[in-house]
Design a protein around this ligand. Structure first.
Ligand code: AMP
Ligand code: GLY
Length: 412
């Protein structure tokens, strides 16, 4: 089998690592991959969907798996399907559940999916009027894709007005911010649930926890994720029951009724409050860095599960009764401005963990930093402490100029 994986982060490295164990796979292509994927297959530097489609036809690719949201929202799956290519991911229409927060909020409201109370605005003046009478903190979201930066928690009316001005008038996110969703602020802890879809049913994985803030103790700016653990230690069977009844089941119903059924992944970003489990957002893909901790615990053969979903079969997911911890090493300055191109040394000294490169590329026999989130160190163990110890011990010899990481991933 020949497989094409679209994306270039730690998530795609984790998929590649998992599929690399599969004897049936003879070749893996990555568009455009990173230093890990280059060692496991071939990186191809092509972004254009039409050109990728021709590449897949020409190179007889048997299956395509899409990591990030942008190509999904741009309709990669629809185009590949038109050419009779086998691809795992949602259509452009279904991907709107991630690509448009206005659309997904309407979907949640229509199908009584438990979510924060919210209102959508297209007109700046009306939005400004609305925030005058709301309680604070108040959450303002750019409706379109904004690279994870389009959500602002406003502490007062002044901040809310400034945010609306940035989004709707200054258009700091371009067209993504001309429509906004304004919603009540929920207090609690966040959990991530990722499910496989076979076009009819959803099969959820165990929970995961993403560490979104840049600093220890969840301080500082939001990032793409500074680490992750699975399962989430805070998320109980009771929360899961609440999720299944008030979020998962009505989502399945809504997907069917709206003609949005798809074969691929769906990610539920949850906020667990004292009034129950709420849905903050859908992502129509695997999470990063959640994938890095879920796949090492998944006992099923990943290719089989994906193939079964594509064939419309039911799957029974099995996870090891262990814990996984992923530490993300970042470029100095991330999530703001940072420099890249620094040599990454010491990964050969890693003993107990897996190193998954993310924003890192090969140059000759060297590996250079090439993004904000540079690499992941992942380990499993019988306890969080055991997995965490491996990861932090293995982080010591790994080094690149100005690199940094959080000290408290997996510490409970
Ligand atoms: P989203 O892209 O909608 O998941 O929002 C990004 C992040 O903003 C979430 O992971 C939360 O940390 C935070 N957030 C979003 N919506 C809310 C809300 N209603 N209440 C509190 N925090 C929120
Ligand atoms: N970890 C959340 C995401 O992938 O967007």
């Amino acid at each position: 089998m020949r497989v094409l994986i679209v994306g270039n982060g730690g998530r795609e490295s984790a998929i590649a690592q998992k599929l690399n164990e599969d004897q049936r796979i003879t070749k893996m292509y990555f568009a455009h991959g990173n230093a890990t994927t280059e060692q496991l297959g071939e990186n191809i530097y092509e972004k254009d969907i039409d050109k990728l489609k021709h590449f897949a036809i020409q190179h007889k690719v048997d299956m395509t798996i899409v990591g990030p949201e942008a190509p999904l929202v741009d309709g990669l799956v629809d185009e590949f399907k038109k050419a009779d290519l086998c691809v795992f991911g949602p259509s452009k229409k279904a991907a709107s559940l991630e690509g448009s927060k206005a659309f997904s909020k309407k979907f949640m409201q229509t199908y009584n999916i438990k979510t924060a109370r919210a209102k959508t605005f297209d007109a700046y003046n009306e939005a400004v009027e609305y925030v005058k009478d709301e309680k604070y903190p108040l959450v303002i979201k750019a409706s379109g894709l904004a690279g994870g930066k389009g959500v602002v928690i406003c502490e007062n009316e002044q901040e809310a007005e400034a945010t609306l001005h940035d989004f709707m008038i200054k258009r700091i996110f371009g067209d993504a911010g001309i429509q906004v969703v304004i919603e009540e602020h929920l207090k609690g802890f966040e959990a991530s649930i990722i499910a496989f879809s076979n076009g009819e049913k959803l099969f959820p994985c165990i929970s995961a926890k993403d560490y979104k803030k840049v600093g220890n103790g969840d301080k500082g700016a939001n990032t793409g994720g500074m680490g992750s653990v699975a399962p989430s230690p805070e998320y109980t069977a009771e929360h899961q029951a609440d999720f299944e009844k008030n979020i998962l089941a009505p989502t399945v119903e809504g997907l069917k009724k709206e003609g949005l059924s798809f074969k691929g992944f769906i990610f539920f970003g949850l906020m667990v409050t004292k009034n129950g489990t709420y849905l903050l957002e859908y992502n129509m893909r695997l999470g990063d860095p959640e994938t890095q901790v879920l796949l090492p615990l998944l006992e099923n053969n990943l290719l089989d599960v994906i193939q079964d979903c594509i064939d419309g079969k039911n799957v029974e997911l099995k996870f090891k009764n262990q814990k996984a911890v992923c530490l993300v090493m970042c470029s100095g300055g991330y999530p703001k401005n940072f420099e890249t191109g620094f040599e990454i040394r010491g990964t050969e000294k890693v003993k107990h963990s897996q190193v998954l490169f993310a924003g890192a590329r090969m140059q000759g026999d060297k590996i250079l930093s090439d993004g904000g989130r540079v690499l992941n160190i992942v380990a499993t163990g019988d306890t969080y402490d055991e997995a965490r110890k491996k990861v932090y011990e293995d982080a010591v010899p790994v080094d690149f100029d100005y690199g940094f990481y959080r000290d408290d991933i997996g510490k409970f």
